[in-house]
Ligand binder design. Structure first.
Ligand code: SAJ
Length: 435
C-alpha cells in the first residue's frame, strides 16, 4: 500500500515521535490533538514533552514542511490512534471481594469517532494505544463500520503496540521489532507497509488480538519480575541481608536475571497494563493481581524505612530527591515518588521535593523547590527517590555543605556507600536492614 498522507491522532509521548519520524521520512503527516495547549505549543515551535532528541526531531519534521498540527483529523491514507488508555481514577471493579482498576477507553473511542467522517475505502486505521484484549475487533471496528464500510473488506484495520522505552524512544521506535496485528492478513500487510517506512527492526505480522495480548504480556512480565525484586528487598531487610549484594550474586547464575527493587512501579505502562488482564479475566489472574498489589504497596515499605532512619516522621524535615516515575525522564504519571512524598507529609513530615525535570510542578500536601539547594536547606534527612543521573553524580562532600542532614535514604541503590560515609553521612539503603 502507498501512503501519500498520514493522520496521527494523539500527540503525546508516542504520537508526537511517531508523527515526526514519518514526516522526516518524507511523508506528509497531520498530527492531531484535542488539547488546544499542545496544538498551540507545537505550532509556536515548542515541544510539550521532555524526551532526549525529540525537540530536534520535531524541529526537523516541521522544517521539512511535512508535519502540520491540527485539532481535527483530516482525510488521509492511514490513521494512527495513539491516545492514552488510563484507568478510571475513582471507579473500581470487583471480583470475589478483591477490587481492581478499570480501563478508561473513552479517548480511544472518541479518537475513533473523530476518524469516522474521513474514512474512505482502501484506508488503513491502526490502533497503537495499549488496550484490553479484543479492543480492535470489539470496540474500534464497530465504530468505524458505522461508516457503512466493513473492516478488513473495505478498509484495513490493525493493532500495532508501541514498545519503546521512555528515555530511548527515538532510537527504539526505529530499531525495535514491530508487531502488526491485522483483522485480516491484508490489513496486517498494509500495517507492515506503513511502518516499514521507518522501522529497521523486524516487522512481525499476526492477528489483532494476539498483538494486543503480546503488548500486555510484555509489561505484565516486567511488572511481575519487579514485584519479586521488591519482595526480595523486604525479605532481605527482615533477615539482615543486603539485597543488592544478594541479587548481584544470584544473577551470576546463567538462568537468573533478577530486576532492581525500588520505591514502586510507576509510569503510564507497567503500572497500568496488567490491570487490563485482571479486568478482562479476574478469575484467571491471581498472580498478575498480587504482583500489582506488591508493587503498589512498595511506597509503604519505603515510608517504614524512612521512619526507622529518621526515628520518627512527625515534624521531620525531609528533602525528597526526584519525583519522576524513573530516572532521567520528566514523566510524573503514577510515580511512586510522588505518592511517597504525599504519604510522608500526611504522617506529619515537612517535605520539600525537588524534581530537576519539572521544578515548577506543584502538589497538594507537600512543597516543591526550584533547585536542589532549596530542598536540602534545613533538612533532617535526604530521601533519594529517583536515580536521575544528576543525583547519581552528586558529590556528597558538596551536599554536606548544603544541608545539616546527615542521614540519607537511598531507595534506588545508586549512591556509593563508601563516598557518602566518608563525607559524614549515614546511608540507609532499601533492602538492607539498619537499625
Ligand atoms: N523499575 C524498577 N526496577 C527495575 C526496572 C524498573 O523498580 O528493575 C521501575 C521504574 O523505576 C519505573 C517502572 O518500574 O517506575 C517502569 O519502568 P521501566 O523502565 O521498566 O518501563 P517503562 O514504563 O518506562 O516502559 C515500559 C517498557 N516495557 C518493557 O520493558 C516490557 C517499554 O518497552 C514499553 O514500551 C513501555 O513500558 C510502554 O509504553 O508500554
Amino acid at each position: 500500500m502507498e501512503f501519500k498522507k498520514i493522520c496521527v491522532i494523539g500527540l503525546g509521548y508516542i504520537g508526537l515521535p511517531t508523527a515526526s519520524t514519518f514526516a522526516t521520512h518524507g511523508i506528509p503527516v497531520v498530527g492531531v490533538d484535542v488539547n488546544q495547549r499542545v496544538v498551540t505549543t507545537l505550532r509556536n515551535g515548542g515541544v510539550h514533552i521532555h524526551e532526549p532528541g525529540l525537540r530536534t526531531l520535531v524541529e526537523a519534521a516541521t522544517k521539512s514542511g511535512h508535519l502540520t498540527v491540527s485539532s481535527e483529523p483530516e482525510p488521509a491514507d492511514a490513521f494512527i490512534i495513539a491516545v492514552p488508555t488510563p484507568f478510571y481514577a475513582d471507579e473500581l471493579g470487583s471480583y470475589h471481594g478483591e477490587t481492581f482498576k478499570k480501563a478508561d477507553m473513552r479517548a480511544v473511542q472518541s479518537a475513533t469517532e473523530a476518524i469516522l467522517p474521513h474514512l474512505r475505502p482502501g484506508n488503513l486505521v491502526v490502533l497503537e494505544s495499549t488496550s484490553p484484549p479484543r479492543t480492535t475487533v470489539d470496540l474500534v471496528a464497530p465504530i468505524l463500520e458505522r461508516s457503512g464500510l466493513r473492516a478488513g473488506v473495505d478498509f484495513h484495520l490493525a493493532y500495532s503496540p508501541e514498545r519503546v522505552l521512555p528515555g530511548q524512544i527515538l532510537r527504539e521506535l526505529i530499531e525495535n521489532a514491530r508487531v502488526i496485528g491485522g483483522v485480516t492478513l491484508q490489513s496486517a500487510q498494509a500495517g507492515a507497509d506503513l511502518y516499514s517506512i521507518f522501522v529497521k527492526g523486524e516487522i512481525v505480522q499476526t492477528d489483532a488480538t494476539t498483538a494486543e495480548m503480546v503488548k500486555l504480556m510484555e509489561n505484565t512480565y516486567r511488572d511481575i519480575n519487579i514485584a519479586i525484586a521488591n519482595e526480595f528487598s523486604r525479605l532481605a531487610d527482615r533477615f539482615g541481608v543486603d539485597v543488592w549484594e544478594a541479587i548481584g550474586i544470584a544473577n551470576r547464575h546463567p538462568r537468573v536475571k533478577i530486576l532492581r527493587p525500588g520505591p514502586g512501579v510507576g509510569g503510564h505502562c507497567i503500572s497500568v497494563d496488567p490491570w487490563f488482564f485482571v479486568e478482562a479475566a479476574p478469575d484467571l489472574t491471581p498472580l498478575i493481581y498480587h504482583a500489582r498489589q506488591v508493587n503498589d504497596s512498595q511506597p509503604h515499605f519505603v515510608i517504614e524505612l524512612v521512619r526507622r532512619a529518621a526515628g520518627a516522621l512527625d515534624g521531620k524535615h525531609i528533602a525528597a530527591l526526584g519525583l519522576a516515575f524513573k530516572e532521567d525522564v520528566d514523566d510524573l504519571r503514577e510515580s511512586p515518588a510522588v505518592e511517597i512524598a504525599g504519604l510522608l507529609a500526611e504522617r506529619g513530615a515537612q517535605v520539600k521535593a525537588f524534581e530537576p525535570y519539572k521544578p515548577d510542578e506543584r502538589f497538594d500536601g507537600f512543597e516543591t523547590t526550584l533547585d536542589l539547594p532549596s530542598a536540602l536547606d534545613g533538612a533532617d534527612l535526604l530521601l533519594l527517590l529517583v536515580g536521575h543521573t544528576a543525583f547519581r553524580e552528586l558529590d556528597p562532600r558538596e551536599v554536606a555543605r548544603l544541608t545539616p542532614a546527615r542521614k540519607v535514604v537511598d531507595t534506588r541503590g545508586v549512591l556509593d556507600p563508601a563516598a557518602w560515609k566518608a563525607a559524614g553521612f549515614e546511608l540507609f539503603r532499601l533492602g538492607l536492614h539498619q537499625e
